[in-house]
Design a protein around this ligand. Structure first.
Ligand code: ARG
Length: 308
């Protein structure tokens, strides 16, 4: 805490506008009240997949309407703004080749979960996406990662989020709860199981955003109504300072965002979230991924973090 103590004087002039002045028996205490915490960014390595074959040809979540036409060129253009944003932030962005007939492959977050150079492969719930599992595992192997074939149904970083030393794990719609135990034994870390209850927020990364993943600053934002009571109790206890998202922002998949600890890439339509992030010293960067939203995914879904 920065406090300035001046005996017997009352300071005037150019004080910090965010400071509070307290008079203490002839002394004035000036301390910053609205000083924003300094956030530090760490450069990330991420895997992405260009949506060259993106469309909505089946329905496996409530966002998808196969009868409505999609604009693949627009999806690619919007994805390119995300790709460019990451490059501008200094990220090391790796690309996996898209495969024709796998329109959801753009949602790279579901391709696996990578921590400590170990890549836990995905085993998808729906047959439409099942071939993506081996495709991503092949890429991980070629990249020199230690690949673990999954025994249990799981959709990678869509349902597993690393926050500090812990792994938050979602279940209810996609990843089976048995995959949580599998992840715990592979990574040797504490796994916290969370139950999702709203089909529109079917992956954990649509209901929780990891804002800071390291150290004592580790923090998240979440949508309370997406969780059952038990899970909510756990989240409240573990993250008393969490940002609580509004229903409106969550409905633009605003929580489906990617943070480097300081810069948080979010859906530009999540305006309350944007304001809350700024008030806490983060730098929100809003993007429009409306075409990819039609598949039920946003910023984070298009991003798989590779942690060596
Ligand atoms: N259409 C895809 C699905 O339903 C969207 C995946 C979104 N990915 C995510 N990490 N939330 O599987």
């Amino acid at each position: 805490m920065h406090a300035e103590l001046r005996a017997g004087t009352l300071r005037t002039g150019h004080d910090n506008p965010g400071s509070v002045r307290v008079r203490l028996g002839g002394m004035t205490l000036t301390e910053p009240a609205a000083t924003l915490p300094a956030r530090s960014a760490t450069t990330r390595t991420v895997l992405m997949c260009r949506p060259d074959f993106f469309t909505v040809s089946y329905r496996i979540n409530p966002w998808m309407h196969p009868q409505q036409p999609t604009d693949t060129a627009l999806a690619v253009a919007q994805w390119e703004t995300l790709h460019r944003t990451y490059l501008d932030l200094g990220f090391d962005v790796r690309l996996i080749d898209p495969i024709e007939g796998l329109p959801d492959m753009v949602y790279a977050a579901n391709g696996g979960f990578v921590v400590d150079g170990i890549a836990y492969g995905a085993r998808f719930t729906y047959p439409e996406r099942q071939p993506e599992g081996p495709a991503y595992m092949d890429w991980f192997r070629a990249a020199g990662l230690d690949v673990r074939e999954p025994a249990e149904v799981n959709e990678g970083e869509g349902d597993f989020l690393l926050v500090g030393d812990r792994i938050l794990a979602g279940t209810g719609f996609r990843s089976a709860s048995d995959s949580h135990a599998e992840v715990a034994s592979i990574f040797g870390r504490e796994v916290v199981s969370l139950q999702l209850i709203n089909p529109s927020f079917y992956h954990l990364d649509t209901a929780i955003a990891v804002l800071s993943s390291d150290g004592p600053d580790a923090n998240i934002a979440y949508l309370p109504s997406a969780f059952d009571e038990r899970s909510l109790g756990i989240l409240r206890e573990l993250f008393p300072d969490a940002v609580l998202a509004t229903e409106e922002d969550a409905a633009w998949l605003g929580l489906n965002s990617f943070s480097d600890g300081h810069n948080v890439v979010i859906a530009s339509r999540a305006t309350t979230f944007e304001r809350d992030l700024r008030a806490r010293g983060y730098n929100p960067i809003g993007l429009d991924l409306s075409e990819l939203l039609r598949g039920g995914g946003g910023v984070k879904c298009c991003t798989l973090e590779l942690r060596r």
